[in-house]
Design a protein around this ligand. Structure first.
Ligand code: SDX
Length: 402
């Protein structure tokens, strides 16, 4: 195989696509959705408006947004018989395992999910019916992401699906489904709803991270988007990716107090432990999202009270950013310190990666739609390898083997 060479480990220097969606400058600590700086969107936009921006490429007019919001929210309702699916899991199943399965389960509901070659060529021709069908799949997946997530939480407490009242925002509907305990007049705390909406916005997309790449790898075979999103969810589950926000809290609990931070950092340098929440493949100075997260944390702690892990987290942060070992490796805090906010808001620890999946469904679908509508059509992602195994050899009958 002339000319083949193995990509750098972990695709360090490999670009798999050209994209119009998200721009990151790892040296300058810049993140933009369709050209808009994340700082401005976090300040002035909402998660669902930025979802429209990421998927369709422009900020929506009032009419465009209200019909998008209506479609997404009305598709949020789950079929009552799906409760049996959720109840089939053990009481202690990790909600990410439930959610990964639930997306594939969702695909089993819809006839249009059956992948077909015709579907793809129609997309390329911009066939109206196929484009409308694609939009419906997108509305369903975004709308149901909150319902499936809430059910992965409620099923463990033996609680049923709940249909949120109309008039709530996307994030408000999610919190309602999470917290509803039976009193009709329950409404989410507006400060916590706004804080979660900003965190959803920050997590919506991040160009070719491991889970987005997984969605495109799966989607390139023309499988339906429900199955491709299920594959992305499995990738995000890992502690090197979305699972890190859960790992950060477990790390802070194991450190125990600010006094133990120096010893912990020594064990990290000896590679006995990993400093979760630090380091990033692209950001080599700072993750711009981490500054916004600090502001959101102050808003939330003003309502919930300070989390007792905060002192340890700050001591760890302040020590690590000054320590030559981490500075020389360009390790800065990444997005996954947001776990402290989720904890203060009362979410269970193993639910934190689910709070990453819900918004990231938008980024996955933005990339999937961009791939499906590419004017050159979809080409299956099938990389090559360099074979370094055994040379040709003949079969040995079992009685002659040593
Ligand atoms: C997310 O891709 C995305 O954009 C992801 C994300 C998104 O929005 O989709 O931003 C979300 O997943 C953030 C990252 C969450 N993961 C963690 O916090 C887990 C801890 N971080 C590390 O595992 C690591 O930093 C990664 C996985 C994030 C990045 O790994 P890389 O790019 O492969 O870097 P590397 O492992 O080659 O590290 C370079 C050096 C190595 O040292 P040497 O072997 O060269 O001496 O830095 C060291 C690593 O050992 N290192 C760490 C470290 N991260 C890297 N050492 C201690 N603790 C760490 N966290």
């Amino acid at each position: 195989d002339k000319g083949l060479r193995v990509a750098d480990k972990g695709f360090l220097n490999t670009a798999v696509i050209e994209s119009h969606i998200t721009y990151i400058d790892g040296e300058a600590g810049v993140l933009r959705y369709r050209g808009y700086p994340i700082e401005q969107l976090a300040e002035q936009s909402s998660f669902l408006e930025s979802a429209y921006l990421l998927i369709y490429g422009s900020l929506p007019t009032n009419n465009q947004f209200s019909s998008f919001e209506t479609e997404v929210l009305q598709h949020g309702i789950m079929h009552a018989d799906a409760a049996g699916f959720f109840r089939s899991f053990r009481y202690d199943a990790h909600p990410m395992a439930i959610l990964t399965s639930a997306f594939a389960y969702l695909g089993s509901y819809y006839s249009e999910a059956n992948p077909s070659l015709e579907g793809q060529t129609l997309f390329t021709k911009g066939d109206k019916a196929s484009l409308q069908n694609m939009d419906k799949q997108i509305y369903r997946l975004i709308g149901k992401a909150t319902t499936l997530a809430a059910m992965a939480y409620r099923v463990r407490q033996g609680r049923e699906f709940v249909t949120p009242p109309t008039g709530l925002s996307y994030t408000g509907s999610f919190l309602y489904q999470m917290d509803y305990l039976g009193h009709e007049d329950y409404r989410p705390n507006p400060v916590l709803e706004h804080a979660l909406d900003v965190l959803f916005l920050l997590h919506a997309d991040h160009e070719m991270n491991a889970s987005s790449t997984t969605v495109l790898q799966a989607g390139s075979s023309l499988v339906d988007p429900y199955s491709a999103v299920s594959a992305g969810c499995a990738s995000l589950y890992g502690p090197l990716h979305g699972g890190a926000n859960e790992a950060v809290i477990r790390m802070l609990i194991s450190i125990g107090s600010p006094a133990n931070v120096p010893a912990f950092l020594e064990s990290v340098k000896k590679r006995e432990k990993v400093l979760s929440g630090f380091g990033h493949r692209v950001y080599k100075t700072s993750d711009p999202r981490s500054y916004i997260i600090r502001k959101v944390a102050d808003e939330v702690f003003a309502v919930t009270g300070k989390d007792e892990l905060l002192d340890t987290a700050m001591a760890l942060h302040d020590a690590a950013i000054k320590d030559q070992y981490f500075v020389s490796r360009k390790l800065a805090p990444n997005v996954d310190f947001c776990g402290l906010i989720y904890r203060a808001m009362g979410f269970p620890l193993d639910f934190f990666p689910v709070l990453f999946v819900v918004p990231r469904v938008v980024g996955w679908l933005a990339h999937w739609r961009q791939m499906m509508l590419h004017p050159d059509g979809v080409k299956i992602w099938r990389p090559r390898q360099i074979y370094v195994g055994a040379e040709k050899r003949d079969y040995v009958p079992v009685d002659q083997r040593v």
